[in-house]
Structure formats: structure tokens, C-alpha cells
Design a protein around this ligand. Sequence first.
Ligand SMILES: Cc1cc2nc3c(=O)[nH]c(=O)nc-3n(C[C@H](O)[C@H](O)[C@H](O)COP(=O)(O)OP(=O)(O)OC[C@H]3O[C@@H](n4cnc5c(N)ncnc54)[C@H](O)[C@@H]3O)c2cc1C
Length: 376
Amino acid sequence: MAHVVIIGGGFAGVWSAAGAALARADADLRITLISPHEHLVLRPRLYEPNPDLAKVALSRILQPIGVEHARASVSAIDTGARAVVAGGAKINYDRLVLAAGSELIRPSRLPGADRLFDIDTLDGALRLTDHLRDREQFSVVVVGAGFVGLEAATELAGSGRVLLVDESPVIGAQLGSGPRAVIEAALDQLGVARRLSTTVTEVGDGYAILSDGSRVEADAVVWSAGMKASALARHISGRLDHLGRVPVDQWLRALPEVFAAGDTAAAAFDTEHTVMQACQHATPMGKVAGYNAAADLLGKPLREFTPGPYVTCLDLGNAGAVFTRDWDRKVMASGSDGKEIKLRINQAIHPPVDNAETILAAADRVYIELPFFPRP
Ligand SMILES: Cc1cc2nc3c(=O)[nH]c(=O)nc-3n(C[C@H](O)[C@H](O)[C@H](O)COP(=O)(O)OP(=O)(O)OC[C@H]3O[C@@H](n4cnc5c(N)ncnc54)[C@H](O)[C@@H]3O)c2cc1C
């Protein structure tokens, strides 16, 4: 029987599995998802005070739709032999979907790097909340004032003192100027101190040294200075983009037998932009890549990836949230209105579970215009 193999159990992998099951319908086709974890981790929720809620059992999604779960980590892909090595065993495929996601870029030569915390993975976020739990007052340094660092800093400011450090001269450099005034006002409101054009050069027991030579109190230093695609991308292509992602065409195909989705895939968003490493893109990409992997084997027409509108919603802790639309990130809602949208998004990203019909129907709806998004 022909075999679709999916590497990764994040948004892209799970939705690839559902997309492949949708295209399979009643045909004979084996679908296997390989991931070392038993959960889909909802990474966008890892800044929340109880990160353990940010997960969904893979079995509740995969079992109803007849997808096998191989609990292992892939160490190699041999595209010539159409096989992957997972947990030491060889698994052959007819079509492969690479959806192994991304990971935090960690500093390689920082003294005290082993003391850093992060909210990149469920284990990382749990370690941070355990470390700070039950402290009356704490001081935290957050390194990186991008999407993740801002959410970490503003959430932690609800219960401790926060210093936000970034080597850029502006807050939220990657977010552009659109939402900056709202973000800065929120940081002021929450008392988050900032040190820009600066980084951390050493981490010690209860302190951090900054590149301006100052020593600051730090019960924890949270590193959130950028993400890079899984190193498996290099097994598929020698032409990776600046985020380490595999180039794919409009059907999300990287090689004749290999598709890629989510944070490992550089798909065109429009003529100027590639997709973001974001679950709002990983989800529809997964639905399309998985569908196409199965459809290609079954002789069905493939689906094109044509992204919906680009939005962002950044949580700002007790100062609400800021919701933006399009690539200039025009602010559409902020404060409590923005927070209302963020809370709804954080629920909406939970995939349906336990019911094949609902899961497959969701896989068929590639782009969801959420009714609570304000229109321009
Ligand atoms: C704190 C935080 C906040 C975020 N906020 C937002 C937000 O507000 N909005 C938004 O759109 N995005 C947000 N993101 C980004 C979003 O989480 C990612 O873009 C999304 O998770 C990408 O999904 P993915 O499936 O491609 O990859 P991942 O979520 O990285 O999943 C990859 C999967 O592959 C598995 N895997 C990795 N290597 C292997 C291997 N060798 N073998 C087998 N399996 C492997 C992993 O275990 C995991 O299951 C946030 C991320 C973080 C960390």
C-alpha cells in the first residue's frame, strides 16, 4: 500500500495528517505521522501562566481519522531511497511531508548559557513557571523584543519586575512601526524597563551582565532572540532561505516526492513576502501539503496554496493586546478589544478532537475568516 509519511506533530504536521486523510477518502493509503511527543503543543499559548494547558493529545486527532503515530525523532532523510530514519529504524515513504517546525536560536558562546530560560517549548515554559512559582517578587530579564519576547515580558510584568533587552535600537523591530506606539504605551503602563541597542553578555546566579557593562538583578533570564527552521530542512534542499526553510512551489512541493509545510517551508505569500513562521500560516499550509501528498499518489488534482489576509495579535498582558492587519501591520484593535480577539484566537487554534467528520471538515476549510476579526 502506498505510504504518506509526515515528519512533525505541530500545527503543520497535524493538519497535514488531516489533509492527507481528507484526500484519501475511501482509497487504500497508509498515513503515518512521526513525532517524538504524544501532544500537539500550542506554542502560541506558551507565554500564558499555565503552559500545561497549551497541548492537545495527538491520539485524539490522529486515531479518529486513521493516521498512525510513530513516536520517534527523525535523524535523517534519504530522498534518493525515499526513506527516513526514525528512532534508528528505516521508514519508507511514497510521499513525504516535512513539517518539523522551528526552534529557538540559542547563543553558542554566552557564559552561563545553561542558566537561560525560554518559552519556545512546553518543557521550557514549564521550567520557567516552576522556577518563578511562589516567589513573592522576582526580577526577570527578557532578551529579544520581538513577538515572543514581548508576550513573555508583558505577561511576567503582571507578577514581577521585568527588564526587556534588545540589540535593536527599537522595540519590535520585526513588527514594523505600525503597532509600536501601542506596544510602547503598554510597556510603560506595565512598568517594563527597556535597554535597547544592548544584549546580555553573561548570566550568573541571580544576575545578568549587559553589553553596556552593567550588572542587573535577574532571578531568570528568558532568551527569545529568534527562531530557525528544523535542521532536517537541509536533508531536502541545499538552497535554504535566511530562516533555514526549504523553498516550495504553490502546491507546497519541494521535490517531486516531498512537500513541506509550516515553519520549515518558505512558501510565497505574495510577490513581495514569504509566509511567516506563524501558526496562522502553518495551519493552512499543513492542510494543503498533506492533501497534495495524498492526492498526488491517488491521481487527484492538487490544491494551490493561496494565503488568506495576514494578521497578527500580540498579547500585552494586563495592558490588553494589539491586533493588526496586512504587512504594514495597521492597528485594528488594542487594549481590551485586542485582548478579546487574542483570547478567541487562543481558543480557535485548538484543533477539533475525537470526531473524524469534524476534523476532516476543518481540514477542508483551508482559510478561516474568523468572524471576530475587525475588517479594514
Ligand atoms: C511563545 C510563542 C508564541 C507564538 N505566538 C504566535 C502567534 O501569536 N501567532 C502565530 O501565528 N504564531 C505564533 N508562534 C509561532 C507558532 O507557534 C509556530 O509558527 C508554529 O508552531 C509552527 O508550527 P509547525 O507545525 O510548523 O512547527 P512546530 O510547532 O515547531 O512543530 C514541529 C513539530 O515537529 C516535531 N519535530 C521536530 N523535529 C523533529 C524530528 N527530527 N523528528 C520528528 N519530529 C520532529 C516537534 O516535536 C513538533 O511536534 C509563537 C511561537 C512561540 C514559541
